[in-house]
Design a protein around this ligand. Structure first.
Ligand SMILES: Cc1cc2nc3c(=O)[nH]c(=O)nc-3n(C[C@H](O)[C@H](O)[C@H](O)COP(=O)(O)OP(=O)(O)OC[C@H]3O[C@@H](n4cnc5c(N)ncnc54)[C@H](O)[C@@H]3O)c2cc1C
Length: 594
C-alpha cells in the first residue's frame, strides 16, 4: 500500500476515529472538524492522490477500474444462475473512496422510498430530512437556457446553493440524447423536468458531480481539500484497519477503545477518546465488524475469533442494483466516445477539453429513463410471477424489506427500471468491436431486485478479501422483470429517431427468438451497478437491524457505521447523492451527541 502522509504525534488520542476516507468518511471528517475543539483522525487504506488525469477528466473514468492503485477490484463468488461467472465489483481506494472512480451520476430516488426508510422503523429518515441534507451537501450551477432544450426546468427549492459538492448539468450532450428523447415522446414516456424533487419517473438528462471547470467533484476535492490544513483533522493514508479494540462491561454496551491497523509493515494501534466510526463501505465495514467479533456467532466462531457481540445480520441482507447491457452498431460516421480512437478526433477533443472545458472528455453518459413496472408489464407477467413468490427462507431483515418491495411492485410512484443510453461500445457476450464504427450500448438496471446476498469473512486474516455472494437471479421474479424490460428497452432502442441511427444489433450476436433465449443471454450479460448496500442495515433490532437511527451499532456504547451498508433497502437512484445526505445528517446527529 502507498504510505505517504502526515502522521499523528504518537501521544495524541483523537476524539473520533473514522475508518475509511471515502464518500461518507470525508463528509464526516469535514463536518466534525468544523469545531476546532474536536479532533478527528481518518484512517484510509489507499493513497492520498485524488487529482490526476484518470480521476479528474470525466470521460476517463473506466480507466481506473481494475487498476489496483484506485480500485479494490473485488469479485463475487461464481454466480450459479448467471453462467457460473464471478461478477466484477469495483470499489474505490484512496482518499475519496468510490467517488474517485464512479460515473458521477447525481440522482435521487422518489420521495416515497425515502419515507419508506422511516416507515421501516427509522424515525427521522424521511424525504424532508433527506431533502434538507441533499441541499446542504451540494452547490448546483446551471443556466435555465442550457437545460431548456431537453425539457428540463429545475425546481430551485430542491437544490443546494452553497454546499461542498459541485453539481452541474452536462456541458456536452452526446449524439444519442435528442433522438432518444424524441423516441420517448413517441412511446408516451414522459419527460421529467426535475427528477430530483421527489418524483423521478420519466426520461431526463442527469446532473453530475462535475464542477464548472468540467473536473470531477469527489468527496476528497469537495470535503477534504478545502479543510486539509485544519490542525484538528489528521489523515493517515496507507493505513489499513484490521480490527476494533473492544472492551466489555459498560452498562450502555461494548466500549470500543480504538483500532488496530497496518501501515507499511507495521501493526499499529490508535485509540479514540469518544467514538469510532466505520465508513469502509458495504464490503469492508461488515468485514471489520466480523474480524472484531461482532456478527453472527455461527460465522465468526468457527474461525477462532472470540464472539464479542452476537449481531446476526452483520453481512446479511446484501443488495445491489443488477444490470445487463446490449449493444448496437450505428449507421454512418457519428462522433461518439469510440471515435476518440482516431488520432485526429482525440487531438481535437483534447484541445476542446483543455481550452473550452467541453466536448466528449468533459462528460459521462447522461440520458436516463426511470420507469415504473407498469410501463414494461402491461400483461401482468411480472406481477403473476411475484404473487407466487415465497419469502420464508429469507433472514429477518431481508423478509421485512422483501415484503415492502412486494408492495412497491404495484406502486406507480416508484421506478423499477433505469435505462441508460450510452454512446460507446461496452464488452458483452459475443460482442466484437470494429474500429471506425460508432456504437450504442443500452444499460438496463433493475432497481429493486429480490435477490439477497451476503458479505462474510472466511479467515481471521484482515488481508483476505471477504466472500461476496450475490445470489443473482435466484428467483423467477427478477428473471421475469429482466426479460420484460429487455423486450421494452430493445423496442425503445429500435423505434423512431433513435432506431433510425441503428445499423445492427451486435450483442446479443444472434437473434433471440424465445423468452428462454433472452434469459440465457441475460444470464451471460448480468453484472452489478456497483451500488452494494444493506450489509449493516439500519432497522429495529427485532427486525434484524445492525444500527439504530442514530447509526450506532446495537449493543455498543461508542461505535457507529456511516456508509452505504446502513441503507436497508434498494432505492431508485444511483447512490452517491443519498450517501452525501446520509453522512451530512450523521454528522449533525453525532454533533448533538445522540
Ligand atoms: C465504479 C463505480 C461507479 C459508480 N458510479 C456511480 C454513479 O455514477 N453515481 C452514483 O451515485 N454512485 C455511483 N457509484 C456508487 C458510489 O460511488 C458509492 O455508493 C459510494 O461512494 C459509497 O460510499 P461509501 O462511503 O459507502 O464507500 P466508499 O466511497 O467506497 O469509501 C470507502 C473507503 O474506505 C476505505 N477502506 C476500506 N476498508 C478499509 C480499511 N480496512 N481500512 C482503511 N480504509 C478502508 C476504502 O479504501 C475507501 O476509500 C459507483 C461506484 C463505483 C465503484
Amino acid at each position: 500500500e502507498p504510505f505517504t502522509s502526515k502522521t499523528m504525534p504518537s501521544t495524541s488520542v483523537p476524539d473520533y476515529i473514522i475508518v475509511g476516507g471515502g464518500l461518507c468518511g470525508l463528509v464526516l471528517a469535514a463536518r466534525l472538524s468544523e469545531d476546532p475543539g474536536v479532533s478527528v483522525c481518518v484512517l484510509e487504506s489507499g493513497s492520498e492522490t485524488f487529482h490526476d488525469e484518470n480521476i479528474d477528466v470525466p470521460a476517463n473514468l473506466a480507466q481506473t477500474w481494475g487498476n489496483p492503485n484506485y480500485d479494490w477490484a473485488f469479485f463475487s463468488t461464481p454466480q450459479k444462475e448467471a453462467g457460473a461467472r464471478p461478477i466484477f465489483l469495483p470499489r474505490g481506494k484512496g482518499l475519496g473512496g468510490s467517488t474517485l472512480i464512479n460515473v458521477m451520476e447525481l440522482t435521487r430516488a422518489s420521495s416515497v422510498e425515502y419515507d419508506a426508510i422511516e416507515e421501516l422503523g427509522n424515525p427521522g429518515w424521511n424525504w424532508n430530512e433527506f431533502l434538507k441534507y441533499f441541499k446542504k451537501s451540494e452547490t448546483f450551477t446551471y443556466s435555465p437556457q442550457e437545460v431548456e432544450p431537453y425539457g428540463m426546468h429545475f425546481d430551485d427549492n430542491a437544490h443546494g446553493t452553497d454546499g461542498p459538492l459541485k453539481k452541474t448539468f452536462p456541458r456536452y450532450m452526446d449524439t444519442l440524447v435528442q433522438p432518444a428523447l424524441q423516441t420517448a415522446d413517441t412511446l408516451g414516456i414522459r419527460r421529467i423536468s426535475d427528477p430530483s424533487a421527489g418524483d423521478n419517473r420519466g426520461i431526463f438528462v442527469a446532473t453530475k458531480s462535475i464542477d464548472t471547470n468540467a473536473t470531477r467533484s469527489s468527496a476528497a476535492s469537495a470535503y477534504y481539500e478545502p479543510n486539509k490544513n485544519r490542525p484538528n483533522l489528521n489523515i493517515l493514508t496507507g493505513a489499513r484497519v484490521g480490527r476494533l479494540l473492544t472492551v466489555k462491561g459498560s452498562s450502555s454496551g461494548i466500549v470500543i477503545r480504538g483500532v488496530e491497523y497496518l501501515q507499511g509493515d507495521a501493526l499499529k494501534v490508535l485509540e479514540a477518546s469518544k467514538e469510532v466510526i466505520l465508513c469502509a463501505g458495504s464490503y469492508q465495514t461488515p468485514k471489520i465488524l466480523e474480524l472484531s467479533g461482532i456478527g453472527d456467532p455461527s460465522i465468526i466462531g468457527k474461525l477462532g475469533i472470540p464472539v464479542v457481540l452476537d449481531l446476526k445480520s452483520v453481512g446479511a441482507n446484501h443488495q445491489d442494483h443488477l444490470v445487463y447491457t446490449f449493444t448496437f452498431r450505428l449507421k454512418g460516421k457519428l462522433e461518439t466516445y469510440d471515435s476518440m480512437q482516431e488520432p485526429e478526433v482525440a487531438e481535437r477533443q483534447k484541445k476542446l477539453y483543455t481550452e473550452e472545458r467541453t466536448g466528449l472528455l468533459s462528460a459521462t453518459p447522461s440520458l436516463f429513463a426511470f420507469l415504473p413496472l407498469r410501463t414494461v408489464d402491461k400483461d401482468d407477467i411480472i406481477l403473476d410471477s411475484a404473487r407466487k413468490m415465497k419469502l420464508e427462507d429469507a433472514n429477518t431483515a431481508a423478509q421485512k424489506t422483501l415484503k415492502l418491495q412486494q408492495q412497491w411492485l404495484v406502486n406507480d410512484r416508484i421506478p423499477w427500471i433505469d435505462i441508460n443510453f450510452i454512446d460507446r461500445f461496452m464488452p458483452g457476450p459475443g460482442a466484437n468491436f470494429e474500429p471506425g464504427k460508432a456504437y450504442m450500448t443500452i444499460n438496463v438496471m433493475l432497481l429493486h431486485p429480490f435477490n439477497r446476498g451476503s458479505v462474510h469473512i472466511t479467515s481471521p486474516d484482515p488481508l483476505q478479501n471477504p466472500v461476496i455472494e450475490l445470489n443473482a437471479f435466484d428467483n423467477d421474479v427478477d428473471l421475469a422483470i429482466s426479460v420484460e424490460t429487455y423486450k421494452f428497452a430493445r423496442k425503445f432502442s429500435t423505434t423512431g429517431p433513435l432506431g433510425a441511427l441503428v445499423e445492427e444489433e451486435i450483442c446479443p450476436a444472434t437473434e433471440l427468438k424465445t423468452d428462454d433465449d433472452i434469459k440465457e443471454f441475460l444470464r451471460q450479460s448480468l453484472g452489478s451497478s456497483f451500488h452494494p448496500i444493506g450489509t449493516v442495515g439500519m432497522l429495529p433490532e427485532k427486525d434484524g437491524g445492525c444500527v439504530d437511527p442514530s447509526l450506532k451499532v446495537y449493543g455498543t456504547a461508542n461505535l457507529r457505521v456511516v456508509d452505504a451498508s446502513i441503507i436497508p433497502i434498494n432505492i431508485s437512484a444511483h447512490l452517491q447523492a443519498t450517501l452525501y445526505a446520509i453522512a451530512e445528517k450523521a454528522a449533525d446527529i453525532i454533533k448533538k451527541g445522540v
